[in-house]
Design a protein around this ligand. Structure first.
Ligand code: XMP
Length: 321
């Protein structure tokens, strides 16, 4: 019978054997898989692991700090943050098609990470690439090291051949709940270990319309309020996730304070699910919905209407793009 502690010991020993006195690099996404994979490798080789965090500007409030402050404090990991916010905004300028947005974000992410990988390789600081591939990913992709499309961005499956990293995948035999237990065993913050799913393309695919700095700021503020209220109501473990979506090209008339407004709606998309393949819309308590709606329309000046998505999956997907 495997205990969580014995999984950790076993994986740390395997990683030590695989990497020897070599160096490794790992892309952190803010999510649980890459964080746990990195923490295991850090236990095994310490300073010889460098983590790279690409800030693409499409993150939610507090996510960069969670990695830069909380993850580093918990693990002592060596971290390089690449501020690529301007680069992503320029690449996304004028783009409204969902698939095009995803492609651009994925492509830019790989390019930015690739440059860091080249730099680290050139200085002899990386021959190994750490990936947070889980057992279900391995099975889905037929046992190879490739991953499903939806995750190809996050798992950085697309590094060019000529970089030739050897892969380290310490989570290959684990399911998500085991990964979370390993994360807790390694002392990672709850906010990372129990983070709900969040798409690699981030807020970029939750703005319906062109992605701009101002729209990101609006959505980030509304999203932070919804998350705060759901957490305060103790509902985090009841829902799979609750995307907040900004309908940036839609305006409606409202009245706020003394005047007429002509602002944007945001959509709340609370869903319950086992595996994201199917989902039901979550019947959130009315008082929680009311608090979220009141706060968003009071505190986020560009938003004058909050609407609720009551579509299951199928026919709707969880994300709007
Ligand atoms: P959909 O919208 O297809 O989403 O019902 C199913 C689940 O996958 C997440 N999702 C993504 N995760 N990269 C990711 O890592 C992506 O490009 C991506 N798109 C959707 C979504 O949040 C939901 O949990």
């Amino acid at each position: 019978q495997w205990t969580t502690a014995s999984i950790v010991d076993d994986q740390v020993a395997r990683i030590k054997a695989q990497i020897g006195d070599g160096h490794a690099i790992c892309a952190l996404s803010g999510g649980v898989d890459s964080a746990v994979a990195a923490a295991l490798v850090q236990q095994a080789i310490g300073e010889r692991l460098t983590c790279v965090f690409v800030d693409h500007g499409l993150l939610r409030a507090g996510e960069r700090a969670q990695v830069e402050r909380d993850f580093v404090a918990a693990t002592g990991v060596k971290l390089v943050t690449v501020d690529a916010r301007e680069r992503f905004l320029s690449a996304l300028a004028g783009i409204t098609d969902p698939e095009q947005k995803r492609k651009i974000i994925g492509r830019e992410f790989i390019r930015v990470f690739e440059q860091s990988a080249r730099d680290l390789k050139a200085t002899g600081d990386a021959e190994f690439l750490v990936q947070g591939t889980l057992y279900p990913d391995v099975v889905e992709s037929g046992g190879g090291t490739g991953t499903s499309n939806i995750k190809s961005h996050h798992n950085v499956g697309g590094l060019p051949e000529d970089l030739q990293f050897k892969l380290v995948e310490p989570l290959r035999l684990l399911f998500k709940d085991e990964v979370r237990r390993v994360g807790l065993e390694l002392g990672l913050p709850e906010t990372i270990v129990h983070r709900q799913p969040f798409p690699g393309p981030g807020l970029g695919i939750r703005i319906i319309g062109e992605v701009t700095a101002e729209r990101l700021e609006t959505l980030r503020a509304a999203d932070a309020i919804a998350r705060e209220e759901l957490t305060a109501a103790g509902l985090d473990s009841d829902i799979w996730q609750c995307p907040v979506v900004l309908l940036a090209d839609v305006r409606s008339v409202g009245v706020q304070g003394d005047g007429r407004t002509y602002g944007h709606p945001v959509v709340l998309r609370p869903v319950s699910s086992e595996d994201a393949m199917t989902a039901d819309w979550t019947r959130l308590p009315y008082d929680v919905l009311e608090r979220i709606s009141t706060r968003i329309t009071n505190e986020v000046s560009e938003v004058n209407r909050v609407v609720l998505d009551v579509t299951s999956k199928p026919p709707g997907t969880i994300e709007w793009e």
